[in-house]
Design a binder for this molecule. Structure first.
Ligand code: PMP
Length: 428
């Protein structure tokens, strides 16, 4: 495959060197490369294509909008209103009336930056708390907020005042405890730092968290940890920001992952799957008590992608009509049934997931170290077998899956079979 991809690469560097294919076209959960090979796509544009490639109703929505209005800057437009209404309608009843939307497109990192700026403006504070192993994007500030060191190695941390705290990654406890010695959880460390007076960290403008660390290796926060962090932020008056760029728009089986934790954040960051078909859009949804920006306080040219609004409003309608969130839960259970038995394999440390975000973590049974080499071999064998999966986590030791949310039982079955075979091949 590699030689073929290089022909197509020309002078533009191509990111997925571990997935050396050049894609010609795609439909639903399948992509076809330029040589005619067909693959099941369990990457789905990095979680962007929630209804698969080229969903016909989304194609129709975009095509219709093309002849009406394509770029509307930040002006109100009918399709923008439809999109805003659709997004707000997906919030829990208890939040809908007090949340507002600010567009900050076009990418997730732009929305992360906006959330930081908003919280700094609203609180007048400068420090931010983030978590080890998290990922928030490739812009300067979003990368500084990223705790996944491998992702930011090329650039020294250039944004001051960002403090990293341990995240409830119990398979590799960040403070070296075992389930027997962990009296409560990682939130203790944060609580002590924030309440220690002179010895701790300054009261921050925000605590920013992924409820399932995606690039970090599909690590769901424990319920106790997330709830304690939320309670602490409420007690101390710190805006609590959830980065739902990857977990949002139904990925975990609820519209947003925070709904499964019984908590309500002050700011939600969303992007990736908002339009369902890859037309870029990013936004923050924030509590009206943080509504401090005057018009023009946070601008950006590409905040008015009407094609994204048209597709996104249609996507919400389809997700409701077709019971897509139920499908996410059921297909997630199907993946768990097929893949959880892998934990009996000495090289498999954990099989983790929520809804349709799943990861298999490989570790060397001799020393417990992340087995990135084996994960890479599994990814390569899966590709040869006709399945696209991604890697993530420490030393890229986690094989990650982000199938379209409308994936069928048969496709999940086929993908799991390919993956199990690939693990056998890679270990042989
Ligand atoms: N936050 C999270 C949780 C992400 O997973 C990503 C992208 N993988 C981003 C932010 C950045 O989004 P983008 O690449 O669109 O800037």
């Amino acid at each position: 495959y590699l030689a073929r991809q290089q022909v197509y690469e020309s002078n533009a560097r191509s990111y997925p060197r571990r997935l050396p294919i050049a894609i010609e076209e795609a439909s639903g959960s399948l992509v076809r490369d330029v040589d005619g090979n067909v693959f099941i796509d369990f990457l789905a544009g990095a979680g962007v294509l929630s209804l698969g490639h080229n969903h016909p109703e989304l194609v129709a929505a975009v095509t219709e909008q093309l002849g009406v209005l394509t770029h509307g800057l930040d002006f109100p437009t009918p399709v923008r209103e439809d999109f805003v209404e659709a997004q707000l309608s997906m919030l829990p009843d208890t939040m809908r009336d007090r949340m507002k939307i600010h567009f900050c497109g076009p990418t997730g990192a732009n929305a992360v930056d906006a959330a930081l700026k908003l919280c700094k403006t609203a609180t007048g504070r400068g420090d931010i708390i983030s978590f080890q192993g998290g990922f928030h994007g490739a812009s300067h500030a979003a990368m500084a907020l990223t705790g996944l060191v491998s992702q930011k190695r090329p650039v020294a941390n250039g944004v001051p005042g960002i403090h990293f705290f341990p995240y409830s990654y119990c398979a590799r406890c960040p403070i070296g405890l075992s389930p027997d010695t962990c009296a409560t959880n990682c939130a203790d460390v944060l609580e002590r730092a924030l309440t220690d007076g002179n010895g701790g960290v300054p009261l921050p403008a925000a605590v920013v968290m992924e409820l399932v660390q995606g690039e970090g290796g599909v690590i769901p926060a424990t319920v106790e940890f997330a709830r304690r962090v939320r309670a602490l932020t409420l007690q101390l008056g710190i805006p609590f920001v959830v980065d739902e760029v990857q977990t949002g728009c139904g990925r975990t089986g609820t519209w947003f992952a925070f709904e499964q934790y019984g908590i309500e954040p002050d700011v939600i960051i969303a992007s990736k799957a908002l339009s369902g078909i890859g037309t870029p859009v990013a936004l923050i949804i924030y509590d009206e008590k943080l509504d401090v920006w005057e018009p023009g306080a946070h601008t950006g040219t590409f905040r008015g992608n009407q094609l994204a609004f048209a597709a996104g409003a249609a996507a919400v309608g389809i997700i409701r009509r077709d019971g897509i969130l139920d499908n996410v839960v059921q297909r997630g259970e199907q993946i768990a049934d097929r893949l959880k038995p892998l934990v009996d394999d000495p090289w498999v440390a954990e099989v983790r997931g929520r809804g349709l975000i799943w990861g298999i973590e490989f570790a060397d049974p001799k020393n417990g170290r992340p087995a990135g080499g084996l994960a890479a071999a599994v990814q390569a064998a899966a590709l040869r077998g006709g399945l696209i999966v991604e890697l993530g986590g420490r030393d890229d030791c986690v094989v990650r899956m982000l199938p379209p949310l409308n994936v069928t039982t048969g496709t999940v079955e086929a993908a799991c079979t390919i993956l199990l075979d690939a693990i056998g091949t890679a270990k042989a």
